[in-house]
Design a protein around this ligand. Structure first.
Ligand SMILES: *Cc1c(COP(=O)(O)O)cnc(C)c1O
Length: 374
């Protein structure tokens, strides 16, 4: 067999180079050693996609960091590859997390890959079917708590403090360290940091992580500036905007239904350090932004993710985003996670595609097509 022919099923061909997951790709910039077992599903390396329709609407130069392309469909995989690898390095046999859905999907998948147990605490009746199905599929031990996310996190923290289970929520610094790699990727593609970075904010771990990633690249000379970090919360769940804990947060954007952000102080630091901004967006505007992104750009995201788009449109309309600015929007999770919102029109009625008979002439008529060939 010639040297350059490689058996099927391997990725060793000299012609192709598979992305190796972010722990290997960024080994020199993360706290991993020879002793760290690399638990990876190939996360990271997500596309940064030009969004001409959003550029046209705003006059800015807009790019979308599509984190729904990660293995379990959200950016949580960036933190989880790091957190589970470090947990295994430290001998953990079980991990625990509180979750609005995506953390549990990710923790369950990476724990399954590592051959350890995952326990997830979710607010009863509050997580989307897509996300729940992932945790079930990956064989997590799932408990629905009769409370909200903030209650779940408090219990998870206490359990991890007193029992042999390792906490993998974003209060675990390994999570934020893994997530900061998204900022490295943005700079590699653009050649420098953008002027603005728009991002959804729940526990504010990701807001913190991007700020740290951008800061590190600036410090090592890979970029010349920090982007202004613009974070958005849903109106009914906007503790950082209001400056106080929200007791009963409400929004259709379940991934950011957080009343007491775990990374509150870090977020304040990132906000101050980047001349940042926190804004609140209504559920109606979140859903409108979701439709714009899917129908005009071709990127389908879950509602929480669409708040980055809604935030850009709102700040642009307010005259706060100068024409020609380079803007990156992080969209955090895939639309298939929570598809019910796409199936509902703005007026609240459900979409049901028109029923037609098996009749070409009638279907062509309905579509308004004129015959061009006999
Ligand atoms: C977790 C999550 C968020 C919020 O991220 P934080 O780090 O908690 O601020 C936003 N969108 C999606 C889809 C998520 O899964």
């Amino acid at each position: 067999m010639p040297e350059d022919v490689v058996p099927a099923g391997t990725n060793q061909s000299p012609m192709s180079r598979q992305w190796r997951g972010l722990l290997r790709e960024y080994a020199d910039r993360l706290n991993i050693t020879e002793a760290t077992p690399i638990v990876t599903l190939g996360e990271g390396g997500t596309p940064l996609i030009a969004a001409p329709a959003l550029s046209a609407r705003t006059g800015a130069n807009v790019f979308v960091k599509y984190e729904g392309m990660n293995p379990t469909g959200s950016f949580k995989d960036r933190g989880m590859t790091m957190a589970i690898s470090k947990a295994v390095e430290h001998g953990a046999k079980a991990v625990i997390c509180a979750s609005t859905g995506n953390t549990s999907a990710s923790a369950a998948a990476y724990a399954a890959h590592a051959g350890i147990t995952s326990v997830v605490l979710i607010p009863a009746g509050k997580i989307s079917m897509g996300k729940l199905s992932q945790a079930v599929a990956h064989n997590a031990e799932i408990l629905q708590v009769e409370g909200n996310f903030d209650d779940c996190l408090e219990i998870a923290r206490e359990l991890a403090a007193y029992y042999p289970v390792h906490l993998v929520n974003s209060v675990n610094p390994d999570r934020i360290a893994g997530q900061k790699t998204a900022a490295f990727e943005v700079i590699e593609v653009l050649g420098d940091a953008p002027d603005f970075h728009f991002i959804p904010v729940g526990n504010a771990g990701n807001y913190t992580a991007y700020y740290r990633g951008y800061s590190e690249d600036l410090a090592r000379g890979a970029s010349t500036k920090l982007p202004r970090m613009f974070g958005f919360q849903a109106e009914g769940s906007a503790p950082l905007v209001r400056g106080e804990v929200v007791k009963n947060p409400e929004t259709i954007a379940s991934a950011i239904r957080i009343g007491n952000p775990a990374s509150w102080n870090f977020a304040i630091e990132a906000h101050a350090g980047s001349n940042g901004y926190f804004g609140a967006i209504s559920d109606a505007n979140i859903l409108e932004a979701q439709r714009i992104l899917s129908a005009e750009v071709g990127i389908f995201v879950e509602p929480a993710s669409a708040i980055s788009v809604a935030g850009l449109l709102e700040r642009s309309a307010a005259g706060e985003v100068p024409k020609g600015s380079k803007v990156v929007l992080t969209v955090t999770g895939h639309g298939l996670k929570d598809p019910q919102w796409a199936l509902r029109r703005a007026d609240g009625t459900d979409v049901s595609p028109r029923l037609v008979p098996i009749d070409i002439t009638e279907i062509a008529g309905i579509l308004g097509l004129q015959k061009v060939a006999e």
